[in-house]
Design a protein around this ligand. Structure first.
Ligand SMILES: C[S@@+](CC[C@H](N)C(=O)[O-])C[C@H]1O[C@@H](n2cnc3c(N)ncnc32)[C@H](O)[C@@H]1O
Length: 288
């Protein structure tokens, strides 16, 4: 459809949204977060960002693009990224990874921790915390005293809203039904202050997990190495070159014999494949 201003709109609605606007938004999202957007997603982009235009009192996507590209656009670039990313997650999503962590990886790490050694795990794109808390419950099922030893889980995400929810550590009973009953009863308490059906991660679980904002294609300030990395259902949104870069960036952050878990539709690609040996379904071990 051609608008009164003579510009072709990609999606019909309250605001004019042209192919050029789409290209600008896709370019910013790719530069800022590594995410590749195809024009087939135009309707989704429109519906998610139309809300931002209303909040900001803007009249067109052209004005919105000018805002996010401008020097004062830092906050809105972040809000745009949050609006366009998918945060879908679940406690114990892809449960075979947690079985592998419990049965194959944790026994050795537990022995090391009990002997005074350091153990580090990383949930790299943790969404609202269900993945790192699932990791924490798995660690505690093997090593109940983990929070009193040198065992910690770093949980990071690009989206500050997700990081804030993770820190809150409060979920509905329905959400927690995905976690094994024994574990959720042991590590989550009723939280009536947050609502009648709310459960809150208890102190032990919270002491194990630290949440931080981190962009997988930005700077990584961490210095120590990780024994376990969960990087699941995020690189799927990146283009091939960015995926390869991320796999390669993990290598120097992995301790000897570290394990990397990736999402069910993802594959390690590029030169990192030479160092990461399959060790189960979408599970890799760092080769010496
Ligand atoms: C689909 S969720 C996956 C959550 C969890 N790993 C799981 O498998 O259940 C994808 C997460 O990746 C985050 N994300 C997207 N791009 C990112 C980037 N460049 N750096 C860090 N996190 C990113 C999103 O904010 C979102 O929370």
């Amino acid at each position: 459809m051609t608008t009164a201003t003579g510009r072709d709109t990609l999606v019909e609605g309250e605001f004019v949204f042209t192919a050029e606007d789409f290209r600008h938004i896709a370019h910013i999202l790719h530069t800022h977060a590594g995410i590749a957007l195809n024009q087939s997603k135009a309707a989704l982009v429109y519906s998610r960002l139309a809300k931002r235009l209303r909040v900001l009192g803007l009249r067109s996507f052209r004005d919105y693009c000018a805002l996010v590209q401008g020097v004062d656009g830092v906050d809105e670039r972040q809000a745009m990224t949050a609006a366009l990313t998918t945060n879908v997650t679940r406690f114990f999503r892809e449960p075979h990874h947690f079985d592998h962590l419990r049965d194959v990886v944790m026994p050795g790490l537990a022995e090391r921790a009990r002997a005074g050694g350091r153990v580090r795990l990383w949930s790299a794109a943790c969404s609202n915390g269900q993945e790192p808390y699932s990791m924490a419950m798995t660690v505690l099922s093997v090593l109940p005293e983990a929070a009193d030893l040198d065992v910690r889980i770093l949980a990071t995400d690009i989206d500050p809203n997700m990081v804030a929810q993770g820190i809150t550590g409060v979920y509905s009973e329905e959400t927690l039904e995905a976690a094994p009953a024994l574990l959720r009863h042991r590590w989550f308490d009723k939280a009536p202050a947050h609502g009648p059906d709310r459960l809150s991660a208890n102190d032990t679980l919270r002491r194990l997990v630290s949440f931080k904002e981190l962009n997988l294609i930005g700077d990584w300030p961490m210095r120590g190495k990780f024994d376990v990395i969960f990087c699941r259902n995020v690189v799927i949104y990146f283009d091939d070159a960015t995926q390869e870069k991320v796999w390669n960036r993990f290598l120097p952050t992995m301790a000897a014999d570290a394990t990397l878990y990736i999402g069910h539709s993802e594959r390690v690609s590029g030169s990192a494949t030479a160092r990461l040996t399959p060790s189960g379904l979408t599970t890799y071990r760092l080769a010496a």
